[in-house]
Design a protein around this ligand. Structure first.
Ligand code: RP5
Length: 162
């Protein structure tokens, strides 16, 4: 079975700047991942195939980002029991509130763990995926603890003029 446990998927090339935040976090934490463009609307067969094979390919978490009518995370969650973390991409027309609502309001039975809109959501999706994998991987858990402590240490106690 493949060493790649995290799939980062997105509806469009235009989502990559947001989803790259997840990839960068996973790079920092030494977690292997794959990246794919999988659109619920433009490549529905690709979506179906990805969801159908996710378990047998060894994926343990799927991070799915989309904007606007953001059906990718929910459709992926309907197709596989692999946990799906949704990232609402910020849109120009509606600032990503459209993406958020499209992803977060799943019907009972098929959850998507929905992150914040935009770049914070992208990065947090990487951290959430790492935290899930760390439950079964003590070396990764140690790296995640170090990462979190470093972030806390970087926060000054007092504000300064910039
Ligand atoms: C969605 O439509 C994608 O997730 C993207 O956020 C949005 C716009 O896509 P492009 O027109 O930029 O390819 O499916």
């Amino acid at each position: 079975m493949s060493e790649i446990k995290v799939g980062i998927i997105m509806g469009s090339q235009s989502d990559w700047p947001t989803m790259k935040g997840a990839a960068e976090i996973l790079d920092e934490l030494g977690v292997a991942y794959e990246t794919k463009i999988v659109s619920a609307h433009r490549t529905p067969d690709r979506l179906w195939e990805y969801g159908k094979t996710a378990v047998q390919r060894g994926l343990q978490v799927i991070i799915a980002g989309a904007g606007g009518a953001a059906h990718l995370p929910g459709m992926m969650a309907s197709k596989t029991r692999v946990p799906v973390i949704g990232v609402p991409v910020q849109t120009r027309a509606l600032s990503g509130v459209d993406s958020l609502y499209s992803i977060v309001q799943m019907p009972k039975g098929f959850p998507v763990a929905t992150m914040a809109i935009g770049s914070a959501g992208g990065a947090n999706a990487g951290l959430m995926a790492a935290a899930i994998l760390a439950l079964q991987d003590s070396a990764l858990a140690d790296r995640l603890e170090v990462w979190r402590a470093a972030l806390s240490d970087s926060i000054p106690e007092e504000p300064r003029d910039e």
